[in-house]
Design a protein around this ligand. Structure first.
Ligand code: SAM
Length: 347
């Protein structure tokens, strides 16, 4: 109880606490305009990480249309401190997904790889270790706090071959035809236009190289998500999101993301179901805290409950979570779709 109250107070504090350098509300037009001006002179990045001149940018009016969904970005800004805090556990939990992206993206030593929606730097930093000093990894995310967290982790881990930049998936600051692979783990479901984003991925890929994306399969197949939701929903009804609203399960229906790749012009788009185990070497109580902190939707719902309801929800949630507790920590069966495609060879 004490813990969840502290958590609740912290969340409320975050909305106005300038120590975290962000606000809980979408940013105003002035700031958007500043970002637009900044982007209008954005340097193009080449695989060595050196700026190689100013990218030809569309006029401001078109850029306005291309702005990522500010509400989505604002929510991820609120989540960034928690994703930084739990970075290492998140890396461990989703390591099998990273492995699948590496395999399907045909990533190997010496490659130059782009990770889109990298958050606090995954799978980029795992891939940086894999490609070695002859290779290079770039990560982009539109949330500056996520990018800062990724940069801090890069320094902490001592990697000299990883670079992180603030950018959105539908407007990549890179030259065409430079990457050996493009990956994104749990990112594409939040993009304003997944088709445009995949077109951008294909533009920056070298011909005949692959992009590989990971998205969640149905919520009911993933107790990592639904174990807590089913308890919360006893108290707060959540209408299902619109089919194309930004949401973790936007691409849960098999074939949906593969069709996006086909529409964007990827060659031989394919999909496979990855069944794996989410393993977190933490206690049931710590898992409750981790999930509540990681998920903006959960934080929002818990904040709507009375103090008594929170106590009861937590009691029921812990009871349910104990079913997934082992001697080595938490263990959940999980299902993810890995969707990949190839860039055409030049005609
Ligand atoms: C679920 S997190 C995934 C983070 C990381 N890839 C991982 O698997 O740990 C989703 C990420 O998508 C990013 N994101 C949201 N909208 C985006 C956009 N338009 N372009 C690129 N990234 C975006 C968020 O800022 C957030 O960091």
């Amino acid at each position: 109880m004490r813990e969840i109250c502290t958590l609740g107070a912290m969340w409320r504090g975050l909305e106005t606490d300038s120590r975290f350098g962000f606000q809980g509300t979408p940013r105003g037009n002035g700031e958007q305009q500043a970002r637009l001006n900044l982007r209008n002179t954005a340097p193009v990045l080449d695989p060595t990480g050196l700026a190689t001149g100013v990218a030809p940018q569309p006029p401001i009016g078109i850029l306005l249309l291309m702005q990522p969904d500010q509400e989505v970005i604002s929510k991820w800004r609120d989540s960034a401190p928690f994703w930084q805090k739990h970075r290492e556990i998140i890396r461990q939990m989703f390591a099998p997904v990273t492995q699948a992206l590496v395999e399907d993206g045909l990533i190997g030593s010496g490659h130059t790889v782009l990770d889109i929606a990298t958050g606090p730097g995954e799978p980029a930093l795992t891939i940086a270790a894999l490609v070695g000093s002859e290779g290079k990894v770039f990560g982009i995310d539109p949330v500056p706090e996520m990018v800062e967290a990724a940069r801090r982790a890069t320094v902490h881990l001592g990697f000299g071959n990883a670079q992180f930049d603030v950018a959105s998936a539908d407007h990549l600051p890179h030259h065409a035809d430079i990457f050996d692979a493009v990956v994104s783990r749990f990112g594409v479901m939040f993009f304003p236009s997944p088709v445009d984003a995949v077109r951008e991925m294909l533009r920056v890929l070298k011909p005949e190289r692959k992009l590989a994306l990971a998205v969640w399969h149905f919520a009911e197949r993933n107790p990592f998500h639904y174990a807590l939701w089913q308890v919360i929903e006893r108290y707060i009804e959540s209408p299902p999101p619109a089919p194309d609203a930004p949401d973790a399960f936007r691409f849960a229906i098999p074939g949906k993301l593969r069709d996006v790749l086909a529409e964007a012009g990827a060659m031989a788009p394919s999909e496979r179901l990855l069944q794996f185990t989410v393993q977190a070497p933490i206690s049931v109580e710590d898992f409750w805290t981790l999930r509540c902190e990681m998920s903006e939707k959960l934080r929002e719902r818990v904040a709507m409950l009375s103090r008594e309801q929170v106590t009861e929800v937590k009691r029921q949630a812990l009871e349910c979570l104990r079913g997934y507790s082992t001697d080595h920590g938490m263990s959940f069966p999980a299902e993810v779709l890995i969707v990949s495609g190839t860039k055409n060879r030049p005609t």
